[in-house]
Design a protein around this ligand. Structure first.
Ligand code: NAD
Ligand code: UDX
Length: 466
C-alpha cells in the first residue's frame, strides 16, 4: 500500500486553501504545502489577514501553519517532494476561441499538469480537485506520460470538492460524502486507497464513495446543475406567486415537506451567484452539445436563462415600483457578496442589479460587510473593461448599511447578511424620503414590522401589495 506523507496542493484559492488546511489539521503526520503563482495571495496566507473570508478558517490555519501546513510560491519544490498532488487551480468559462462563453478554460489545469510532469523525479498520485469536464483525466494522463522522466509513473484520481463558500470549514469537517474516482486497474485502485486513507482520518468510511473516473468527474457537474435547477425552479414559481397572490415561502415549505424532495435549496432569491453554478452548467451545456445531444443542452441552458430572467425581473420591479423612473434617484444596495458569510463576489447578482440601476442613471449607494471597495470597483468596471470615470459620480461605497440607506428612495437587499435583520429600521425610515421603499430580494426581513414602521415593502415571490 502507498502511504501518503507529503501533499502538495497547486492553487491557493477558495478550494485549495480551506481544503488542504483542513487536511493538515486532521492529519498531523502529513506535511501539506499549498502553492500558488500569485505572490500576493501566498503572502496573505502567511499573514494575519488571510486572502479569503470564511468562518472558522483563521483558527484552522493558525493551528497548523508552520507545523505541517505551509504556503509557498515555490511550486516546483513542493511538487518534487510530494507523493500526492491536488490540482485546485481555477477552471473559468472560456472568454474566447472555440466554446467561448460555455466551455471550461483548461489552460491553468494543463499548465499545472505539465509542470508536474516536468519537475517530478519520482512517481506521484495526481488528484483533480478542480471542477472539470468529463474525461479531463484522460488528457491529463496523456500530458503527464508524454512529458515524464523515465521511471516516473502517475496515477490520476478525480476527487471533486463539494464545499459551499460561507460554510466551507463546516462542510469539510463533516462532508455529506467524499467522492473519489479512479481507473479500475490495480494501480488505479491502489491510488484510490491511498487517498481514502487520508480522508479516513476524520471522515466515516461509509461517507467515502469510490467510483470510476468519468462518473466522478460528471457527478460534480451533475450535483451543481441539479442544485441550481432547484433554485431556478423556485424562482420561476416566485414570478407566478407575485402575479397571483400566492407566497413562495409557503409554497416552498409545502413542497419541501415531501420527503422525496427535502427542504433545502428552495429559497427564492434575486438569482443565484457564485463562481460555480453558472460556469458548471454552461460547461455541461457545452459537453452535451459536443456529444451531439442538443435537447440535453437546451434543458440545462434553461436553468441559467431563468436565473438571468430573475435578476432582470427584480431590477425591473424596482424601477416599475418607483413609478417607472429612477433617473437621479438615490438607491441603496445592501450586500455585494454572492451570499452571506463570504467576501466573494464572483457572479454576484448585486453586480447585474447595480449595472441595471446605473444604466437608468440612478445614484447608487452600496454597502457590504466583507467586500472591499477596490473589489467593488473591479466588479463595476468588469475588471477594467468598462471605464470607471463615467460611473464614478453615480456610485458611493459606504461604511455601514445605515449610511448607505440615508436619503435613499429605495433600499434593495441583495445579500442575506444577518446584520440586515437587526438594523435600526426606525432610524433608517426617519432618514428616507416618502414613500420609503424596501425591496427584499432574499425574503429575510420582517415584512410586517417594516410596514408598521411605515415602509412600503416589496418581497420576491409575494403577491401582497407593498
Ligand atoms: P481560485 O481562483 O480562488 O483559486 C485558484 C488559484 O490557482 C489561484 O490563486 C491561481 O493563482 C492559482 N493557479 C492557477 N494556475 C496555477 C498554476 N499553474 N500553478 C499554481 N497556481 C495556479 O479558484 P477556486 O474558487 O479555488 O476554484 C478552484 C477550482 O475548484 C475550480 O475548478 C472550481 O470550479 C472548483 N470548485 C470551487 C468551489 C468554490 O466554492 N469556489 C467549490 C467546488 C469546486
Ligand atoms: C455551490 C455548491 O453548493 C457547492 O456544493 C459546490 O461545491 C460549489 O457551488 P456556493 O456557490 O459556494 O456552492 O454556494 P451555495 O450555497 O450553493 O449558493 C450559490 C448561490 O445560490 C448563492 O448566490 C445563494 O444565495 C443562492 N441560493 C442558494 C439561493 O438563491 N437559494 C437557495 O435556496 C440556495
Amino acid at each position: 500500500p502507498i502511504t501518503v506523507k507529503k501533499i502538495c496542493c497547486i492553487g491557493a484559492g477558495y478550494v485549495g486553501g480551506p481544503t488542504c488546511a483542513v487536511i493538515a489539521l486532521k492529519c498531523p503526520n502529513i506535511i501539506v504545502t499549498i502553492v500558488d503563482l500569485n505572490q500576493a495571495r501566498i503572502d496573505a496566507w502567511n499573514s494575519d489577514n488571510l486572502p479569503i473570508y470564511e468562518p472558522g478558517l483563521d483558527e484552522v490555519v493558525k493551528a497548523r501553519r508552520g507545523k505541517n501546513l505551509f504556503f509557498s510560491t515555490d511550486v516546483d519544490k513542493a511538487i518534487a517532494e510530494a507523493d500526492l498532488i491536488f490540482v485546485s487551480v481555477n477552471t473559468p468559462t472560456k472568454k474566447s476561441g472555440i466554446g467561448a462563453g460555455f466551455a471550461a478554460d483548461l489552460n491553468y489545469l494543463q499548465l499545472a499538469t505539465r509542470r508536474i510532469a516536468e519537475v517530478s523525479t519520482s512517481s506521484k498520485i495526481v488528484v483533480e480537485k478542480s471542477t472539470v469536464p468529463c474525461r479531463t483525466a484522460e488528457s491529463m494522463r496523456t500530458i503527464l506520460e508524454a512529458n515524464s522522466k523515465p521511471g516516473c509513473h502517475f496515477q490520476i484520481l478525480s476527487n471533486p470538492e463539494f464545499l459551499a463558500e460561507g460554510t466551507a470549514i463546516q462542510d469539510l469537517f463533516a462532508p455529506d460524502r467524499v467522492l473519489i474516482g479512479s481507473l479500475q486497474t490495480d494501480e488505479g485502485l491502489d491510488a484510490c486507497k491511498a487517498l481514502m486513507s487520508v480522508y479516513s482520518n476524520w471522515v466515516p468510511t461509509e461517507r467515502i464513495l469510490t467510483v470510476g473516473l468519468w462518473s466522478s468527474e460528471l457527478s460534480k457537474l451533475a450535483a451543481n446543475a441539479m442544485l441550481a435547477q432547484r433554485i431556478s425552479s423556485v424562482n420561476a414559481l416566485s414570478a407566478i406567486c407575485e402575479a397571483t397572490g400566492a407566497n413562495i415561502d409557503e409554497v416552498a415549505f409545502a413542497v419541501g415537506k415531501d420527503s422525496r424532495m427535502g427542504s433545502k435549496f428552495l429559497k427564492a432569491s434575486v438569482g443565484f451567484g457564485g463562481s460555480c453554478f453558472q460556469k458548471d452548467i454552461l460547461n455541461l451545456v457545452y459537453l452535451s452539445e459536443s456529444l451531439h445531444l442538443p435537447e440535453v443542452a437546451k434543458y440545462w441552458r434553461a436553468v441559467v436563462e431563468m436565473n438571468e430572467y430573475q435578476k432582470d425581473r427584480f431590477a425591473h420591479k424596482v424601477v416599475e415600483t418607483l413609478f417607472n423612473t429612477i433617473t437621479g434617484k438615490k438607491i441603496a444596495i445592501l450586500g455585494w457578496a454572492f451570499k452571506k458569510d463570504t467576501g466573494d463576489t464572483r457572479e454576484s447578482p448585486s453586480i447585474s442589479i447595480a449595472n441595471h440601476f446605473l444604466s437608468e442613471k440612478a445614484r447608487v449607494t452600496l454597502y457590504d460587510p466583507q467586500v472591499t471597495e477596490s473589489q467593488i470597483w473591479l466588479d463595476l468596471t468588469n475588471y477594467g473593461e468598462v471605464p470607471a470615470e463615467p460611473i464614478k459620480p453615480h456610485v458611493t461605497i459606504c461604511e455601514s448599511a445605515e449610511e448607505a440607506c440615508k436619503g435613499a428612495e429605495a433600499i434593495v437587499v441583495c445579500t442575506e447578511w444577518d446584520e440586515f435583520k437587526t438594523l435600526d429600521w426606525e432610524k433608517i425610515y426617519k432618514n428616507c424620503p416618502r414613500p420609503a421603499f424596501v425591496f427584499d430580494g432574499r425574503l429575510m426581513l420582517d415584512r410586517k414590522a417594516l410596514q408598521k414602521i411605515g415602509f412600503s415593502v416589496v418581497t420576491i415571490g409575494s403577491g401582497d401589495r407593498p
